[in-house]
Write a protein that binds this ligand. Structure first.
Ligand SMILES: *[C@@H]1O[C@H](CO)[C@@H](O)[C@H](O)[C@H]1NC(C)=O
Ligand SMILES: *[C@@H]1O[C@H](CO)[C@@H](O)[C@H](O)[C@H]1NC(C)=O
Ligand SMILES: *[C@@H]1O[C@H](CO)[C@@H](O)[C@H](O)[C@H]1NC(C)=O
Length: 395
């Protein structure tokens, strides 16, 4: 999600230099997006190293974008992320080569002046193939996160995102690139705050998992909620049946460390299935996006014949984040990740956004990065330290 409040965070970390730092302003690339906005990166240090085609470096995309969502179709990688103003998709044959300059399409552009429910602050789009159509699920608000003062005053603390809700676009055909997309409407969250929604698929059933508040005006903390869907745009759970499956009640889910309530966040949920064991995980982001501590936490679907709509079906990995900042590499605020594989399908990859400073400006500059991970003996994902590379190219 976008920055809601600026927050000064005191840490003892030393600001590390990002390899390839170079001065110079950004330039406009495909889709009207600014490439290398911070002027930090030489093109030769981004993604695949074209001088050998053997290795790649992080970031793989320098465009300032949060919430990277990567998936595959046929021989393509299909990529989307938050632009705030529209829904932009990109595609490439390679997971790591040249995302800044990859083919780009803007598939949905609302008119912000209309102030429609999905017209401003479009966050965290994802694109999913369900029954041979493509569904883009995203969050947005009518008021650019400036609710009427009396509405804002209903919350115990300011709640600029109170009008954010989830929306669904449907493709006209089975090809995500050549299709047009049309609005199917709002995904019902009982007229309550909802961002970062994703689809969770289990035993032929479809669920919506999203970042939610406990009630309409609670504001903080942000939790994870689940509802059942009868199709990609229709919720058939009631508010009573909605389940809050994760609350940021561990100190590492709170900012500053251990501060309960306000600035405690669970968001950016994402399904990850172990292809060998069939174990299902929900990886999500915890702490705050605008701090170095933003990190990836994990829930597991457990039990004999689990019903995702029951609290008892979810086991949280309480000990710590499973993927987090690495000050020694100058990588901070690692989160809002999605999961894909190498081109041959054998290696799992995490695609995440990160900051390169531990004391970010209110206008966050987040780049897109990817790293290989593995599944351990117990079937759990095991993530590497966040790093810049160089790494071998995906297999
Ligand atoms: C989509 O949004 C981005 C980010 O604001 C902007 O740079 C780009 O020009 C927009 N594209 C279109 C076609 O509106
Ligand atoms: C690496 O791949 C790129 C794109 O396919 C190509 O243009 C370049 O010549 C290749 N480099 C080498 C050293 O083969
Ligand atoms: C998408 O919409 C445009 C403009 O209405 C139309 O020309 C085009 O044929 C449509 N494409 C598909 C694949 O439906």
């Amino acid at each position: 999600m976008k920055l809601l409040y600026s927050l000064l965070v005191a840490t003892t970390c030393v600001l590390a230099q990002t390899p390839g730092q170079a001065s110079g302003a950004g330039k406009t690339g495909p889709g009207g997006l600014t490439i290398n906005p911070g002027g930090e990166y030489k093109r030769s240090m981004v993604g695949t190293d074209f001088s050998t085609n053997n290795t790649y470096r992080n970031p793989i995309m320098t465009i300032n974008a949060g919430d990277p969502f990567m998936t595959r179709y046929n021989d393509w990688y299909l990529f989307t992320f938050s632009t705030n103003d529209n829904i932009t998709i990109k595609r490439s044959r390679s997971l790591t080569a040249d995302w800044d300059y990859a083919e780009t399409k803007v598939v949905f552009t609302p008119d912000a002046a209309e102030a429609c429910p999905w017209c401003t602050d479009l966050w965290a789009p994802e694109i999913h193939n369900i029954n041979n159509k493509w569904y883009i699920i995203f969050s947005a608000t009518p008021d650019a996160d400036n609710p009427l003062p009396l509405l804002d005053a209903m919350c115990p603390y300011a709640c600029p995102a109170i009008n954010h809700r989830m929306f669904v676009l449907e493709s006209s055909g089975s090809d995500p690139w050549t299709s047009n997309y049309s609005m199917k409407g709002e995904l019902d969250t009982f007229d309550q705050f909802a961002i970062d929604g994703t689809y969770f698929k289990f035993k032929g059933e479809l669920y919506h998992i999203y970042s939610c508040w406990e009630n309409k005006y609670s504001g903080w903390p942000a939790n994870l909620c689940i509802t059942h869907l009868s199709n990609p745009w229709t919720v058939d759970s009631t508010l009573l049946e909605r389940r809050m499956i994760s609350v940021p009640n561990n100190p590492w889910e709170q900012v500053p460390y251990g501060r309960p309530g306000r600035l405690a966040t669970n968001e950016g949920p994402q399904q990850l299935t172990n292809p060998k064991t069939g174990q299902n995980f929900v990886l999500y982001s915890a702490a705050r996006v605008n701090t170095p501590f933003y990190c990836v936490g994990m829930l597991e679907l457990v039990g004999e014949d689990p019903d995702p709509m029951q609290y008892s079906s979810w086991k949280k990995h309480n000990e710590n984040c499973v993927f987090h900042q690495n000050p020694s590499q100058g990588v901070y605020g690692t989160g809002h990740a999605s999961y894909t594989t190498s081109p041959d399908g054998t290696e799992p990859y995490i695609v995440y956004h990160a900051l390169t400073t531990d004391n970010p400006e209110p206008a966050l500059y987040r780049t897109t990065r990817t790293q290989k991970f593995k599944f351990g003996e117990d079937g759990f994902p095991v993530f590497p330290a966040a790093a810049n590379g160089p790494f071998p190219l995906p297999s």
